[in-house]
Design a binder for this molecule. Structure first.
Ligand code: ADP
Length: 487
């Protein structure tokens, strides 16, 4: 087989293979570079420019200068450019998907879906750009009270490696639609997808300085630079709760607006009146997408005692059919985790769960054929207070927990600091209404295992964050109200 550097060249349109920083409409390099490897076999993919303080400030200045013009452009113009970017992304879907799989590891079919999923946010916000309407309030004959909606300013964006394209699209699209400019730090594991997106934006004429992409291994320094800068008015972050809290503290000193998409600990609840086949199909999607590396993955699977054994048996049969493979193969379903640290974390959680009394119904270990892969795993006899049910697993492990009553499972589900996604399978419409109110999560999916699309507000409550991405509400995070009184 060809080396991965060659593979990258084969799969990618050459113009999209970018390894430099994108600042003020230019591709820039520094003396330092960092390596990007393929998580499947640790082979080398590319050397990417490692930005430092100097480039951080250059990018912030570029975004700040560009804001003056961009914020004053017509919504129609911004809408047209976003739509052109969307179309350019779709035209290069296959190149982008291969880059994504090579640097992130996910199955190629999922990577193709991610490109469309992310692009859909850009299309959606190209339309929302046209609907940023303020108000004129009733205030008598001698006065006019206006409410303007204006872009907040330069936005500092930090994204994770698990959705290298979509997490950027979800933030940049509403920011640009609102009239903001952006400085983005992609995760160091997956900068190539982000840089390719910048090239596609460049090609269709997004003006210089509006989008800046800063690949760097100096995450902490970058976080400090954007939160300390008076030129950056908002921080938008997706990643771990620990880093989110740190950024919130830093942003407080500068009273910056924040959008935080942080960790989850999603309950997946199956009642005794559920359609069991549908629940199993839902769980397969919710649990094993991206090999379990999503913040909305089912993390605690609560099954009613009366259907627990039947559910476990049928579920294991389905899990056995998952193809464990290199993400580049079309049939792959379970692929490498992002890095060896992630594999050890999942491994440790499973070992601990077994010590605490959990039974392995299937899988339970690292793949003997490839130590970067954790095998799809089903655990039974899990208790809600075991570490595996309290921490975000971020791997293809399904812990099954028994429950008896509705009130018990509501209490168990809510007994976490996280409040992102929750899944419930039941055929009882009264229960659906009750649980819609009582479950403390930003998103609840009844009778389905996939929850996110550009038309709905994605986001969490409690320690899972603040702000919403997507939907008609998503642009509000990037707009400031200004009250103007004219006598
Ligand atoms: P994960 O465990 O999924 O990698 P992180 O929260 O560590 O989640 O990473 C998400 C993003 O946050 C990445 O782009 C990472 O480089 C960045 N990051 C990590 N630590 C910091 C920090 N102290 N300040 C700013 N960004 C950070």
């Amino acid at each position: 087989m060809a080396s991965n550097e060659t593979l990258l060249a084969i799969f990618m349109n050459e113009s999209l293979l970018k390894t430099q920083a994108y600042i003020d409409g230019q591709w820039l390099t520094t003396d330092n570079q960092f390596k990007v490897d393929n998580p499947f076999d640790n082979s080398h993919l590319a050397d990417v420019t490692d930005c430092n303080q100097e480039q951080f400030q250059q990018a912030i200045d570029a975004a700040s200068n560009a804001f003056t013009h961009w914020s004053q452009t017509s919504p129609k113009y911004r809408s047209k450019l976003l739509l052109a970017w969307y179309q350019n992304i779709l035209e290069h879907q296959d190149d982008l998907a291969h880059t994504l799989t090579l640097e992130q590891g996910k199955p190629i079919a999922e990577a193709r879906n991610e490109i469309v999923y992310g692009a859909n946010y850009i299309k959606w916000f190209s339309e929302e750009a046209l609907r940023i309407n303020g108000d004129i309030l009733q205030s008598g004959l001698d006065k006019q009270t206006q409410v303007l909606k204006l872009p907040v300013g330069v936005v500092g964006i930090i994204t994770p490696w698990n959705f290298p394209q979509a997490m950027i699209a979800r933030k940049v699209a509403p920011a640009l639609a609102a009239g903001c400019t952006v400085v983005i730090k992609p995760a160091a594991e997956t900068p190539l997808s982000a840089l390719a997106m910048a090239e596609l934006a460049h090609q269709i004429g997004i003006p210089k300085g509006v989008i800046n992409i800063i690949p760097t291994t100096r995450a902490k320094e970058f976080g400090k630079a954007i939160t300390a800068s008076k030129k950056v008015r908002k921080i938008s972050f997706t990643g771990s709760t620990a880093v989110g809290k740190l950024l919130l503290k830093q942003a407080a000193d500068n009273v910056q607006r924040t959008t935080m998409e942080l960790g989850g600990n999603a309950p997946f609840i199956v009642f005794d009146d559920a359609d069991i086949d549908a629940a199993i199909d839902g769980l397969m999607v919710s649990k094993f997408r991206n090999s379990g590396q999503t913040c909305v993955c089912a993390n605690r699977i609560f099954i009613h005692d009366s259907v627990y054994d039947q559910f476990a048996k049928q579920f294991v049969e389905k899990v056995k059919t998952l193809s464990v493979d290199n993400g580049l193969n079309e049939t792959a379903k379970i692929t490498a985790l992002i890095n060896p640290k992630a594999v050890s974390k999942v491994s440790d959680l499973v070992i601990k769960a077994k010590q605490q009394g959990a039974q392995v119904l299937f899988g339970g270990s690292v793949s003997p054929a490839n130590h970067n892969i954790f095998l799809p795993t089903v655990l039974s006899d899990v208790q809600a207070d075991m570490s595996i049910a309290c921490e975000e697993i971020f791997g293809p492990v399904a812990p099954l927990i028994r429950f008896n009553t509705e009130q018990q499972v509501i209490d168990l589900a809510n007994n976490t600091d996280a409040g992102l996604a929750c899944y419930v399978f039941t055929e009882d419409r009264h229960r659906i209404r009750r649980l819609s109110h009582l479950l403390e999560f930003g998103m609840i999916a009844f009778n389905e295992g996939a929850i996110s699309n550009e038309m709905a507000p994605f986001g969490g409550v409690k320690h899972s964050g603040m702000g919403r991405e997507g939907s008609k509400y998503g642009i509000d995070d990037y707009l400031e109200l200004k009250y103007v009184s004219v006598s």
